[in-house]
Design a protein around this ligand. Structure first.
Ligand SMILES: [Zn+2]
Length: 147
């Protein structure tokens, strides 16, 4: 992948990392058309999971394809903190019927109930905004209102 600028490589690596962390079995980026300008080559990306295949098509380049695929994977996904993954700080979330990595689905009602966790790409990795879970079976603390 050395022909791509560093920023593009980060986007692609972040997507590959995300696919792997979500239990994906394969990740592929490619294009359909030779002998055309790069942005018209019909770039696509797809990730294969046990129960689902997630893909994007008609992207302008490999980084665009990787970014679109990462956002497709994250959209409607459930974070480790139990909340819905959000990709924009303003909290706008597209509630789509998205297959989970394990093939199950999460209903819109369940997603709204859970709340949101903002995810963003930091270099070559997508990161949630919630803290790393400290232990495996730590009891969850009830939220208290202080006003
Ligand atoms: Zn989270």
């Amino acid at each position: 992948m050395n022909e791509f600028p560093a920023e593009q490589q980060h986007v692609i690596l972040a997507c590959a990392d995300l696919v792997g962390r979500a239990g994906g079995r394969s990740f592929q980026i490619g294009y359909l058309h030779d002998d055309v300008p790069v942005d018209q080559a019909g770039w696509y990306a797809h990730a294969q999971y046990r129960g689902a295949r997630i893909q994007v098509e008609d992207q302008r380049g490999p980084a665009e394809a990787a970014d679109a695929l990462a956002r497709r994977i994250l959209t409607g996904a459930r974070c480790r903190c139990g909340r819905l993954v959000s990709l924009s700080p303003d909290g706008a979330v597209a509630y789509e019927d998205t297959p989970m990595a394990d093939g199950s689905r999460w209903t819109v009602a369940q997603a709204r109930e859970a709340g949101q966790c903002l995810w963003r790409r930091l270099g070559a990795r997508w990161e949630p905004s919630c803290p790393e879970p400290p232990g495996r079976s730590r009891p969850t603390r009830r939220e208290r209102r202080r006003r």
